[in-house]
Design a protein around this ligand. Structure first.
Ligand SMILES: C[S@@+](CC[C@H](N)C(=O)[O-])C[C@H]1O[C@@H](n2cnc3c(N)ncnc32)[C@H](O)[C@@H]1O
Length: 349
């Protein structure tokens, strides 16, 4: 039996994107391509082009055939195995495509110290270390899933960003967090810590996606397995005080923490290569794989630990959701939010 579903919890993310004065709202309509193969799903199309990374992993627990972190066990519900690492690197590619090659939007000038919260495989931190060779880039995480051989100006540490930060106050030129929704219980506290440890004039940037999707042409049916799945994820993560859908609150939290000049940019991200526009089509090719991989990553632990499904029940339900994502007539997309703000200088206070 599925739990009773809440009202659509993330309509506010969409209306916020459209109403927000200073956001570059998403384009109103993505035109689907008419040039496509005859197949009605993507099964027979190109195979995933995921690559594997070698790494040293020392801590793990196994559940439902996936591996999870053991430091602060159970805190974070996504796996940390090779499959998940490949997915995280793919997400980096999608975000970088959306920003047309950029890794951030905050206007950094000659940064010296950068902190990446919940760095995952560390791919963003490593790219930032290459981009800013004079900066030291630190990435922290609960899981030791970062590569061992890295640029000399990058460092990875295993630590819990929900604890007090051991770094000096006013240290960083930039604090960054990406796709942390679901990982954070007390966002205002996290934002206060970012403020405290940034130098005056430094930037805090959050890059987040609601765990939700929309369609403009009605191809996403409100009673579909996919929407049910997304509703369950939101319901269960909210019960644990770790909502997956917080994008509309990022700006007010940043302002409340004291940041100035807070900017919001929102982009549409298609879940499949269905758009006519070549740039969106390319994004959709990768995001399609990410969407399918995300079903188990986000769903397996929550469906079994919180909803109470057996492994078999969860896998059957998740297979139905994944099949819906493979349907070519589905023109779904989600929204990617980039929100950044500046810690004021002493003169401004
Ligand atoms: C969805 S992944 C995003 C990874 C990375 N930010 C990226 O965009 O590629 C979230 C990451 O946050 C880490 N994480 C979750 N809670 C954490 C905590 N309290 N302290 C440190 N890392 C945490 C997880 O282990 C995971 O690697």
């Amino acid at each position: 039996m599925l739990p009773q579903l809440p009202e659509n919890p993330v309509d506010r993310a969409f209306s916020f994107a459209q109403d927000s004065q200073d956001s570059s709202g998403p384009p109103s309509y993505i035109e689907p391509s008419t040039e496509d193969s005859d197949e009605d799903n993507y099964w027979s199309d190109a195979q995933s082009d995921l690559t594997s990374l070698a790494s040293e992993v020392t801590n793990y627990v196994y559940e439902n055939g996936r591996r999870y972190h053991s430091y602060r066990e159970g805190k974070y519900v996504l796996p940390n195995d090779e499959e998940e690492k490949d997915r995280l690197d793919l997400v980096h590619h999608v975000f970088t495509l959306i920003l047309r090659g950029r890794y951030h939007l905050a206007p950094l000038v000659n940064p010296q110290n950068i902190l990446d919260l919940g760095t995952g495989t560390g791919i963003w931190a490593l790219d930032m270390a290459d981009l800013y060779p004079s900066a030291t880039v630190i990435g922290n995480d609960l899981s030791p899933i970062q590569p061992a051989f890295i640029a000399p100006n990058a460092q990875f540490v295993i630590e819990d960003f929900e604890e007090d930060w051991e770094y000096p106050d006013n240290k960083f030129d930039m604090v960054h967090g990406r796709t942390l929704a679901g990982s954070v219980k007390d966002w205002p506290e996290l934002f206060a810590k970012a403020y405290k440890h940034l130098r005056p004039g430094g930037y805090f940037e959050m890059q987040e996606a609601p765990i939700w999707c929309w369609s403009d042409d009605g191809s996403l049916e409100p009673d579909s397995a996919l929407v049910q799945f997304l509703s369950i994820l939101e319901q269960e993560s909210s019960k644990a005080n770790r909502s997956l859908n917080i994008v509309d609150k990022l700006k007010p939290w940043m302002i409340d923490a004291g940041f100035r000049d807070v900017q919001v940019r929102v982009y549409k991200c298609p879940w499949g290569p269905w758009p006519k526009d070549p740039h969106l089509k390319e994004i959709g090719r990768y995001q399609y794989i990410n969407a399918i991989e995300s079903v188990d990553s986000y769903g397996l632990a929550l469906m079994t630990r919180s909803v109470g499904y057996t492994e078999e029940q969860a896998k059957i339900f998740l297979a139905i959701v994944k099949n819906q994502l493979r349907t070519k007539s589905l023109h779904a997309y989600n929204l990617i939010y980039f929100v950044y703000g500046r810690k004021p200088t002493e003169d401004e206070l």
